[in-house]
Design a protein around this ligand. Sequence first.
Ligand SMILES: Cc1cc2nc3c(=O)[nH]c(=O)nc-3n(C[C@H](O)[C@H](O)[C@H](O)COP(=O)(O)OP(=O)(O)OC[C@H]3O[C@@H](n4cnc5c(N)ncnc54)[C@H](O)[C@@H]3O)c2cc1C
Length: 731
Amino acid sequence: VTTDAHRALRRRVRDVVAASGMTPFALCDAWMRGHDPAFTARLAEAGLVGLSWPAELGGRDATHTDRLVVTEELLRVGAPVAAHWIADRQIGPAIMRLGSDRLQREILPGIASGEVTFCLGMSEPESGSDLAKVRTRAVADGDTFRLTGRKIWTSHAHRASHAYVLARTGGGDDPHEGLTELVVDMSSEGVSVRPIRDLAGEHHFNETVFDDVVVPAHHVIGTVGGGWAQVTEQLAFERGGMERVLSTYPLLARLIDDEGGDATGDPADTAAIGELVARLHTLRAMAFGVASAMAAGEAPVRQAAMLKHLGTTFEGDVVEAARDRFGGSPAPGAAGLEGLLAGGIVSTPGSTLRGGATEVLLSIIGKAELPPAGRSRPADPRGDVRSLADDVLAGRDRQDDPAADDTLWPLVAGLGWPGVGVPESAGGSGGDIADLAEIVTSLAAHGHAAPVAETALVGRALAAAGRTSDPTAPATLAVDEPCRAGPDGRITGRLGGVPWARSAAHLLVRVDGPSGPSLALVATAAEGVTRTPGANLAGEPRDAVVLDGVIAETVGDADAVARVRRELAVLQCAAIVGAAESAVASAREHVRVREQFGRPLAAFQAVAHTVARMAADLQAARTAVADAVAAAGDETDDGHRAVAARVVTARTATAVARQAHQLLGAMGITHEHDLHVSTLRLWSWRDEHGSARSLARELGRAALAAGEPAVWDWITHDTDRLGTTTAWRAS
Ligand SMILES: Cc1cc2nc3c(=O)[nH]c(=O)nc-3n(C[C@H](O)[C@H](O)[C@H](O)COP(=O)(O)OP(=O)(O)OC[C@H]3O[C@@H](n4cnc5c(N)ncnc54)[C@H](O)[C@@H]3O)c2cc1C
């Protein structure tokens, strides 16, 4: 959703960037490497720092999603935002949530004006990932604390006015107890900062020593001794933003624009760009979800961990794509793509460490996925329709051969499922494409197969043409490859892999004629129709259909063709999510009960991390589907979100199937075990109706032709216009 307020914020950011004279798209990792107090001051003056706290404390009363819009716009161009980043992102919000009135009044207006800047004093020489082991100590002394200890890797400590310091104020056996969060004035006596150069020779890291530094007691954030619970919640703020996705975006932008003039370039590069653009779209939607959860007062620690894991992987993959494109060893400081690539290469190793190393994030996700006995997993998202469908399908017997299950169709047709998404006035059951997607996901999650999606899509197309349909009679569609219309209007075509054509009463086809594509309805019993049964890897009916001069009725124009293709893509993605859910559930169950080396497999970190990766991949697919469903109901959408969802869910299909089989060992590749029901489907569906690779290439071509500004608008849903022609586009 893009509101006018968001558009206005974007414009404000762009104005500041333009007025600052900075060179856009010139620096990777600018939120760490681009330290420019003058730029921060300009932003602050424009009211773009400290957005998320109240106006009386210097903020703007804005939401976390407003802040997301501002930050992503800055990250996009590689703006030098490092000076205020830590304060604006996490320390300000932490003080807002937990700080005393006095501390809020003392610090927050200064952050919002760009004068108070923070560095982050968490890590210590002996305490990296194991943050609870910090030894820096703060001892109460009247209405002050005396702080002594060493922090390391404190980025920009030599420039910050204040430090956030996690220190030990209590003892006890549990290292998580007795930790306290403090705000320290860096100009205090006893603070010293020693520079540490990074591998590129740049200076942002420091070792910061506190030697009996006096800290006023009201500089405690939250409660004395309660720091651990607070800091783990704050990590959602630290990990859940777009800086975990966009550190190398200027490089991707350059890749798109450098190639822009030549949309016929090397197909490998084009597909790689398309895949990156698709993933970026989903990552942005995930970040929007994290920001929305924060706006609702939650601390979405697990979702933020997933976003950071997937986002930093993406950042590294952007660099790899640029490496492939550049094809040589880049020189630092060079102009254009080369210099950006050099900067990207040296900055990406830090991405998967800072803010929590990937392995630590996977452990957080893994613990949630495989909770100890007596604790339950966080509930999966379930809409009402999905819950109802799950209730109907749970425990229902499944036939080995999907085509032989002759009780499923009467059941689902009796419940009206093939009419979901079709208005009641047109013979359907009402509801919308989102409801239909939930039913499709449920069927897939339970390993059932019936032409529900196909019948409903035909019903929707007919309803849009003002016609009624009978959803109790199976129907299907073949809209990937066009048929041809003869001068007499009769149509001819060879269609492969048509789902359930053997049992369909009607077939919806795409006809390409002199006036463009159109939709036509064929009665399968008509003269000239030949159907030959076939199957996909999962044994689902995928039949060959030959149309030889068949009489057909035109039921839709080019817009209708585009719409039905988009909706088919959305439902295919929804089905992939269902099958992936089932594969992940099989893996989770197996590793809890299967023992090796005297322990359940789940007790091995490598196994828990694999489960965590699967959960994150599944979450990406869910997000992609939710976004594509939303786009399907948006008249201004041009179909790229559906293509992006296809690309992302195909990646999930591949990754989840591979990892599930690895976890289940030999058992998983037997016919006795149910895993094959989901993985054979995942392997089939990821490439049906257009292979994942051809779709990535299509998206890549569209991105290259449109250029970075249009791609950005599309990613951020600002205009929903990528400005190019594809078969998915409505008009
Ligand atoms: C660019 C950058 C900026 C930073 N800025 C700051 C800053 O401003 N302030 C600050 O406080 N810190 C900062 N850090 C430090 C950062 O928080 C730490 O690097 C991070 O927490 C990891 O700690 P470590 O480097 O000591 O690695 P270690 O914890 O020693 O880990 C080394 C490797 O072992 C793995 N590992 C560790 N424990 C486990 C485990 N239990 N299971 C499996 N694998 C494990 C890790 O995943 C990693 O791959 C920064 C780091 C970087 C790279």
